[in-house]
Write a protein that binds this ligand. Structure first.
Ligand code: NAD
Length: 378
C-alpha cells in the first residue's frame, strides 16, 4: 500500500468519524456530566435509556439498570397513565420525560434520552422501532426483533437511514459461562464441532395472554422461546446454518390457534457439516439445555438461557464464571456499544436479529411444506 493510499484511508476515517460527532454530541449532551465523580459516579459516559412498554420484562430491566455502571433510566413510554406515574415515582423519572404511544415522537426534542428500549408485544416492534429511529434515538429492541425478516429489514433500513444504531436484547451474548464456551470453541478446545442440541420450552399458562394471540405475538413458542435455540445454535457452533428442516406438532388446537405454534422440532445444517437438532415448545417444562460436541470435547449449559445462574460443564470440568444479573451486564455492554463503538464477542445488532428472523421464516416454511429450506444468511 502506498503512502497516498494510507493517507487517503486515514482521511476517509477522519471524515467518517467527524460525520458521526454531531449526532453523538447532540444525543449525549448530558453524558459528559455523568462521568465518575461528577454526578452519580458511574463509569464512562452514561447511556440514558427510555423504556417503552412497562410490563414484566421491562420491570426487570428497570431494576437491573439501577445497578448498571453505564446505563440509567431517564424516560418512560406507556399507554397507561397510572403506570407512568407509579414507575416515574419509583425510578425517579420526571414527568417531562414520560410519554404515551401517541406523543412519543416528541422524544426527538428530549436531550436526556439517548436510546429507547422497546419491550412490547412482538408485532408492535417494527413500527415502534421505526418511529424511535425517526426521532433520532438509538433503538434497543427485545427479541424477536420483529415477526418476520421483511419487517426486520424495514427496521434495519430505518435505523440506517436515521443514522442511529439498532440493538436486540440478546442478553445471553454477554453471559460469562456462555462466553467461556465460545472462547474455548475458538481456541479449538472442542476440535471441529459436530453436533448441537438446543431444547427450549415451558408450559404456557393463561390462554388469554398476548403470547397466544397471533396478532400480537406473530407466532407461538418459536417467537418467544424457540428463538433461543436458533440463536444459541449459531453462537455455540460459530457458523451460519445453510439449511433447515422442521416438523410441527399440535396437541391443543384450542389453546394454540392457527398461526400460533405449540411445538416445533427443527434441524439446522452448517457449512462444516455440523448439524443441530432443536426443540421449541409451549407445552413441556424442564427444557432449557444446550449441548454441543466436537471431535475433542463437549460443552453443556443447563440451564442455558434462563435468568440464571446459568450452569455448565465441559470435558475439562465445571464452568465457574460468576453469575451477574444478565440485564445489568447487557445494559453496561450496550452502553459501550452505543456510546464508545465497542464490538461485542457475539453481535447484538440488527443484522444479527435479522438472521434469526430469516431462520424463523424458513422454519415455518419447512413446517408448511414438509421440505428442507436452503438458507442464505450472508
Ligand atoms: P408483558 O405482557 O409483561 O409486557 C408487555 C407490555 O407491553 C405491557 O406493559 C403492555 O401494557 C404493553 N403493551 C403496549 N401495547 C400493547 C398492546 N397493543 N397489547 C398488549 N400489550 C401492550 O410482556 P413481556 O414479558 O414484558 O414481553 C415483552 C417483550 O419482551 C416481548 O417481545 C418478549 O419476547 C420480550 N421478553 C424478553 C425476555 C428476555 O429474556 N430477553 C424476557 C421476557 C420477555
Amino acid at each position: 500500500m502506498t503512502i497516498d493510499h494510507l493517507r487517503r484511508n486515514f482521511l476517509q476515517k477522519l471524515v467518517a468519524s467527524a460525520a458521526v460527532v454531531p449526532m453523538l454530541s447532540s444525543t449525549n449532551a448530558f453524558a459528559q456530566s455523568d462521568r465518575p465523580g461528577t454526578t452519580d459516579g458511574r463509569q464512562g459516559a452514561t447511556l440514558r435509556v427510555a423504556l417503552m412498554g412497562l410490563g414484566s420484562y421491562a420491570e426487570r430491566v428497570a431494576e437491573a439498570m439501577q445497578s448498571s455502571k453505564r446505563a440509567r433510566l431517564t424516560g418512560l413510554i406507556s399507554g397507561t397513565p397510572s403506570k407512568l406515574q407509579e414507575w416515574g415515582t419509583k425510578f425517579g423519572v420526571a414527568e417531562k420525560h414520560r410519554y404515551n404511544y401517541e406523543n412519543f415522537d416528541r422524544i426527538k426534542d428530549d436531550p436526556d434520552i439517548d436510546a429507547v428500549y422497546i419491550i412490547t408485544p412482538n408485532t408492535l416492534h417494527r413500527d415502534q422501532a421505526i418511529r424511535v429511529a425517526r426521532a433520532g434515538k438509538h433503538v434497543i429492541c427485545e427479541k424477536p426483533m420483529a415477526v418476520n425478516a421483511r419487517e426486520g429489514q424495514d427496521m434495519v433500513d430505518a435505523c440506517s437511514e436515521a443514522g442511529v444504531k439498532l440493538l436486540v436484547g440478546y442478553r445471553m451474548h454477554f453471559e460469562p459461562k456462555t462466553l467461556e464456551v465460545i472462547r474455548m470453541r475458538k481456541a479449538g478446545d472442542f476440535g471441529s464441532i459436530r453436533f448441537f442440541q438446543g431444547l427450549c420450552g415451558f408450559r404456557i399458562g393463561d390462554p388469554g395472554q398476548w403470547r397466544l394471540d397471533k396478532a400480537l405475538a406473530g407466532g407461538g413458542a418459536m417467537m418467544d422461546i424457540g428463538i433461543y435455540a436458533i440463536n444459541g445454535a449459531r453462537y455455540m457452533v460459530g457458523e451460519e446454518p445453510v439449511w433447515v428442516t422442521a416438523q410441527e406438532t399440535k396437541t391443543d388446537p384450542v389453546k394454540f390457534k392457527q398461526g400460533v405454534d405449540e411445538t416445533i422440532q427443527f434441524q439446522l445444517g452448517f457449512p462444516s457439516g455440523a448439524v443441530a437438532s432443536c426443540l421449541s415448545t409451549y407445552q413441556m417444562n424442564h427444557l432449557d439445555r444446550f449441548f454441543m460436541t466436537g471431535e475433542k470435547g463437549f460443552a453443556e449449559l443447563l440451564p442455558a438461557t434462563g435468568y440464571g445462574p446459568i450452569e455448565g460443564r465441559t470435558h475439562k470440568g465445571e464452568l465457574t464464571q460468576p453469575h451477574v444479573m444478565h440485564q445489568t451486564l447487557q445494559m453496561d455492554e450496550m452502553a459501550g456499544i452505543l456510546l464508545d463503538g465497542n464490538t461485542p464477542v457475539v453481535p447484538v445488532d440488527g443484522a444479527e436479529g435479522l438472521k434469526d428472523l430469516k431462520i424463523i421464516d424458513a422454519i415455518y416454511a419447512a413446517c408448511a411444506t414438509g421440505r428442507r429450506q436452503e438458507l442464505r444468511l450472508g
